[in-house]
Design a protein around this ligand. Structure first.
Ligand SMILES: Nc1ncnc2c1ncn2[C@@H]1O[C@H](COP(=O)(O)OP(=O)(O)OP(=O)(O)O)[C@@H](O)[C@H]1O
Length: 368
């Protein structure tokens, strides 16, 4: 069992904003002096930090674990303009968590001489509670299904086999050009959709030795989700109306459900048999395994310390603080073919027989 790792990243302020900021950061605490408002997180990154520092705090380990077969999810949460896209996608001069992860993923698998890997990627957006495939723009309004073999999955989502970081980033750029961008008074190009960038990592032992049964024919399949959420600001503050208001309410519905799911989980609802409303939004349904399930998960909460956004920042920190109490249970995702299963059982039987020959007295003593 491991809890969700929560880091906070504050974006740089203008000189004017810095003069009036009510916030203080002290180590991994953030507070408003002379106020009861104080939170502690796993890490707090101030305005001078680099994205690579944020990446190394936890995502790096999540990527390494994904190569070993553990699911991983990292998502950026925060109001419009707080630096989510800067953190996740970055720029040519300062690559974000996604390109850093992709490069590290390829480097790590190249160093693993014992296993062979197949990597696939997908890229989707959730816009107005509809799932659109950014790698196949004609695939719109995709549905979420659940099956024994595939778990929770988006039916019909394109998965491209990829062989290099450059190829992944090219596909990503293609996908980016099909995103929905809205114009709000808060941010001319404020992103109004959630995006989920996904790498699916499949690996198999290279060994051709028939006797090495423990891994032969067994495939590991893990999923690494890197999520850039839409701005969490209240619709009222955006001056939104008409289409934008509809977008805002859908975004808030998704984010509100995310908040409720995190709240319920942090209160231990699931372990007490209570209801967790994953199905109330597309976002939480797709992210369900990452929220209290089989995944290593990290949240990067992007905030601004400007006075004018103090209420939004407080609500982001409240969300992030609850997430600190959510625990997950990641395990290696291994799939055995029937033949491999038989081989493994045969080997276990042989090992047992060998043990019986070595220490029959112990076995007799146990009453067998
Ligand atoms: N840590 C940072 N250092 C330098 N510039 C930053 C930083 N964070 C954000 N910015 C800049 O601030 C602007 C807004 O950031 P960004 O687009 O990442 O916000 P966002 O939270 O993704 O907004 P949206 O919800 O609209 O997607 C961008 O021009 C970005 O380059």
């Amino acid at each position: 069992m491991e809890r969700i790792h929560v880091a906070v990243r504050a974006r740089p302020l203008s000189t004017e904003e810095a003069k009036t900021s009510p916030w203080r950061i002290s180590g991994n605490s953030i507070l408003i002096p002379n106020n009861s408002f104080k939170f502690e997180f796993d890490r707090i990154f101030g305005e001078d930090c680099k994205t690579v520092d944020v990446y190394q705090a936890r995502t790096k380990e999540i990527v390494a674990a994904a190569v070993r077969g553990f699911n991983g999810t990292v998502f950026a949460y925060g109001q419009t303009n707080s630096g989510k896209t800067h953190t996740m996608r970055g720029s040519a001069t300062e690559p974000g968590v996604i390109p850093l992860s992709v490069h590290e993923l390829f480097e790590t698998i190249q160093q693993d001489v014992d296993r062979e890997f197949v990597l696939r990627m997908s890229y989707m957006e959730i816009y107005n509670e509809e799932i659109n495939d950014l790698l196949a723009p004609e695939h719109r309004k995709l549905q979420i299904h659940e099956s024994l073999e595939r778990g929770i999955h988006v039916a019909g989502l394109r998965e491209e086999i990829v062989a290099s970081p450059e190829q992944v980033l090219d596909f990503m750029e293609f996908g980016e050009s099909h995103r929905h961008i809205g114009e709000t008074s808060m941010n001319l190009y404020g992103s109004r959709s959630h995006t989920i960038f996904r790498m699916i990592i499949e690996s198999r032992d290279k060994s051709e030795d028939e006797d090495i049964v423990s891994s032969c024919d067994a495939a590991r399949i893990s999923v690494l989700n890197l999520v850039d959420l839409a701005g969490s600001e209240r619709a009222a503050k955006t001056g939104a109306d008409g289409v934008r208001l509809k977008e805002g309410s859908h975004i808030n519905k998704s984010l509100m459900t995310l908040g409720t799911v995190i709240k319920k989980l942090s209160e231990g609802a699931e372990s007490q048999g209570g209801h967790v409303p994953y199905r109330d939004s597309k976002l939480t349904r797709i992210l369900q395994p990452a929220l209290g399930g089989n995944s290593n998960t990290a949240i990067i909460c992007n905030i601004t310390l400007a006075q004018i956004h103090a209420d939004e920042t407080k609500s982001s920190l409240q969300f992030a603080s609850r997430a600190l109490h959510v625990t997950n249970c990641a395990r290696v995702n291994e799939i055995l073919t029937d033949a491999a299963l038989l081989k493994r059982q045969r080997k276990e039987l042989e090992e047992l027989r060998a043990k019986l020959q070595v220490c029959p007295i112990v076995i007799i003593g146990l009453g067998f």
